[in-house]
Design a protein around this ligand. Structure first.
Ligand SMILES: [Zn+2]
Length: 139
């Protein structure tokens, strides 16, 4: 999928650390130290306990494919089809999910519950996208 134009995410105070961590090869989320809850999408306070002192914490980058669609329409010049939009649930917390692309996997191999791991597609000096590929079980 690399090599075609992708719109860049806006680097705002609440979101920029996420993209910059990806650029450094780490998948990080906001985390509430009081109730031990990962907060995503980013917001200024913990939705569970309502406190506002959140920290950034790296996760393993491993998870499972929660849902997906196989798309056959190219929306950008040079975009290869089909491509897969996936919803990945991270191993660290039930409901901690990223909307992403599933790469390095033929669509016929996809299934709900497929173990996946993060790979990063570098877009520029500040931003990399967290994409996911199949992970061998037990590795
Ligand atoms: Zn909390």
């Amino acid at each position: 999928m690399a090599g075609f134009f992708r719109p860049l995410p806006a680097l705002e105070p609440l979101t920029a650390p996420f993209w910059r961590a990806c650029r450094a090869g780490r998948l990080e989320f906001l985390h509430c130290p009081r109730c031990s809850y990962f907060v995503h999408p980013p917001r200024p306070i913990c939705p569970r306990c309502r406190q506002g002192e959140l920290e950034r914490r790296a996760v393993s980058g491993r998870g499972v494919l929660y849902s997906y669609t196989v798309n056959h329409k190219a929306w950008y010049p040079g975009q290869e089809v089909p491509y897969v939009i996936g919803l990945v649930e991270l191993a660290e917390q039930e409901g901690l999910r990223l909307t992403t692309n599933i790469v390095n996997c033929p669509p016929e191999r996809l299934r709900i519950g497929l173990p996946v791991r993060v790979v990063f597609e570098v877009l520029n000096d500040e931003v990399a996208l967290p994409l996911f590929e199949p992970a061998e079980e037990g590795r």
